[in-house]
Write a protein that binds this ligand. Structure first.
Ligand SMILES: NC(=O)c1ccc[n+]([C@@H]2O[C@H](COP(=O)([O-])OP(=O)(O)OC[C@H]3O[C@@H](n4cnc5c(N)ncnc54)[C@H](O)[C@@H]3O)[C@@H](O)[C@H]2O)c1
Length: 331
């Protein structure tokens, strides 16, 4: 069977082809699945999608009309998929519920440390042989308070690293993580208190209706004026307009964003020659304390290898008629 894989990164393609070799043909497309590209899937029973594909009602209807019966998403998050419509159409949707949480947690720390110690600015300066330290002063992480918003798999890994730095840990989640509480000394508290007391806040909850714009104007106003904010989860957790206003008011010492609420159509693509028309993102990137990366926290050889193996298993489970923990159903 030929599987059509959308949104395949150049570095991912050889790994995907090698994993599927001898089992199924896989045709890799750089384009993302959306209503315009859905007709390419005609006569493919199984397609594979990535995080910035748009599996809305129009796309799903087009897929079903073309004969697709299953989509295998190569990520954990699935906020890009309309599960209600998929269920109505009888489509099987699978995702990868587990892969290296270390990849994302380590990258969240990479962003935190880079903005704290002004690493990008320092590297740009030394490249120009400007060896001054003006404006590069950071703060010790040791002894500070770190707020972890969402203490699931990735949040726990982030907290373990925070523990290694010697920080005081605050946590917020709908369910307490026993390891964080009992072994890392994390204190669970209200979101309000976490925001007010933390020197670094890192977001690790999924994007759901409940968590959309969790970090809005009032949440940002609660944060310490010199706090660091890192979002490596989903862009929609942060109200970007409110974030820009907060930065304009001279608040927040550093912001590291691996995700952006309007990233679809931008992230993973080369926009260097045509320019960015998203004024909010462009304004955000003018602040010297802001660092934006394009959804690369998961992008390690370890994690991508695990995602591909799980995707292959998901396809084989579907073909064998098995439902697993990776099979998605509407909530
Ligand atoms: N940037 C990237 O490359 C990348 C890669 C993988 C995952 N992610 C994001 O990271 C998120 C977390 O991944 P994970 O593997 O740790 O997931 P997880 O399911 O292990 O943890 C999520 C945590 O959020 C909590 N939670 C869920 N709903 C909540 C709510 N309404 N309020 C408060 N807490 C809530 C859960 O109780 C859980 O502890 C994913 O949903 C995804 O959006 C980003």
């Amino acid at each position: 069977m030929e599987i059509l894989a959308y949104g395949v990164q150049a570095d991912e393609k050889p790994l995907l082809e090698a994993a599927f070799a001898g089992r199924h043909e896989v045709r890799c497309l750089e384009v993302f699945l959306d209503p315009d590209t859905a007709p390419l899937a005609a006569e493919h029973e199984v397609v594979s999608t990535s995080v910035n594909c748009r599996l809305d009602a129009t796309t799903l209807h087009a897929l079903a009309k073309g004969g697709t019966r299953m989509t295998a998403q190569r990520s954990t998050g699935f906020n890009n998929i309309d599960l209600d419509v998929a269920a109505e159409l009888g489509l099987t949707i699978a995702r990868v519920s587990y892969y290296s949480p270390y990849a994302v947690a380590e990258f969240a720390w990479t962003l935190a440390l880079a903005v704290n110690r002004r690493v990008i600015r320092a590297a740009n300066r030394t490249r120009e042989f400007d060896f001054r330290l003006d404006g590069l002063m950071g703060a010790d992480v040791h002894g500070t308070t770190v707020g972890v918003v969402g203490t699931g798999k990735i949040g726990e890994c982030f907290a373990r690293i925070a523990h290694g730095f010697g920080t005081r840990l605050l946590g917020w989640d709908i369910a307490e993580n026993a390891h964080c509480r009992d072994h890392l000394g994390m204190e669970y508290t209200s979101l309000e208190r976490l925001l007010a007391e933390s020197d670094l806040i890192s977001l690790h909850v999924p994007l759901l209706p409940d968590t959309h714009h969790l970090i809005d104007e009032s949440a940002l106003a609660r944060m310490k004026p010199d706090a660091l904010l890192v979002n490596s989860s989903r862009g929609g957790l942060v109200d970007t307009h409110a974030l820009v206003e907060t930065l304009r008011a001279g608040r927040l010492r550093g912001v590291g964003l691996d995700v952006y609420e309007e990233e679809t159509g931008l992230f993973f693509l080369d926009k260097s020659l045509e320019g960015v028309t998203d004024d909010t993102l462009a304004r955000l990137m003018t602040f010297p304390q802001v660092l934006v990366t394009s959804h690369q926290a998961y992008f390690t050889a370890t994690a991508v290898g695990q995602i591909i193996e799980a995707t292959l298993r998901n396809v084989e489970d579907y073909l064998a008629g098995r439902r697993t923990e990776n099979t998605l159903v509407p909530r």
